[in-house]
Design a protein around this ligand. Structure first.
Ligand code: SAH
Ligand code: MG
Length: 224
């Protein structure tokens, strides 16, 4: 391959900017949400608008009744997911940082989504026990995991039995984050995420793939 077309950090950034420009935020609340979140002291680590669109697109191909998110932050990805649910659909999104949970709840009210989004305050693994008890096996149409990367394999083992046929398990940052990246660093977060991706790829009850958008998304759909 010639240098002109080989992937570099700059080319990757330009490619991402192009995609985000094409698939920008559709309204002022989403467009300003992470600026406001940053001013409130939250880190700027939400998914990009194109990934938000992808989450909504996937939700719209399901029954759209029940969704679970691990890692709410300011509510950016949750708003995309919740809007794509059917009428009377519900999203439970889990967040252990009270400052983030407060901020996100205000955003859900401003988006008129307070009736369909519940913020579960506490640890992701703890909340999954309650979610399993209240939702039950085979009842979750969409699960988005984006909390502690070290816990990704545990999120999968607890969420897998809950996913409905035709439902999705989606994990963010499966190719890297600001602090590690799949091609050049070996650390515990990378090992945990790699373990998740290999486990899901080998699971014949799911059709799965990794999309390279932003920091990588594992997308798995339950087929039986
Ligand atoms: N999904 C969001 C971004 C989430 S960032 C978006 O794209 O808009 C990750 C969030 O997970 C942070 O807010 C962090 O506080 C939360 N988090 C990390 N580990 C957690 C855990 N073990 N339990 C609950 N929340 C956790
Ligand atoms: Mg993420």
């Amino acid at each position: 391959m010639s240098d002109a077309v080989s992937m570099t950090r700059e080319r990757w950034a330009a490619t991402q900017r192009y995609v985000v420009e094409l698939f920008a935020d559709p309204d002022p609340q989403l467009a300003s949400l992470m600026d406001r979140a940053e001013r409130a002291g939250l880190p700027r680590i939400a998914v990009s608008p194109d990934v938000g669109r992808l989450l909504a697109l996937l939700v719209s191909t399901t029954a759209g009744r029940r969704a679970v998110e691990l890692g709410t932050l300011g509510g950016y990805s949750a708003i995309w997911i919740a809007r794509a649910l059917r009428d009377h659909g519900e999203l439970v999104t889990v967040e252990h940082d009270p400052k983030a949970a407060d901020f996100a709840e205000a955003e859900f009210r401003a988006a008129n989504l307070a009736d369909r989004v519940t913020v579960a305050r506490g640890s992701a693994l703890g909340a999954l026990v309650d979610i399993a008890a209240s939702f039950g096996p085979g009842s979750v149409d969409f699960a988005f995991v984006d909390a502690d990367k070290l816990e990704y394999p545990a999120y999968w083992s607890r969420l897998r039995p809950l996913i409905a046929i035709g439902g999705y398990f989606v994990a963010d940052n499966v190719l890297g984050t600001g602090s590690w990246w799949i091609d050049h660093e070996d650390n515990d977060a990378r090992r945990a995420v790699d373990e998740l991706s290999r486990t899901v790829a080998a699971d014949t009850a799911f059709h799965s793939v990794i999309l390279t958008q932003r920091e990588g998304l594992l997308v798995a759909r339950r087929v039986r």
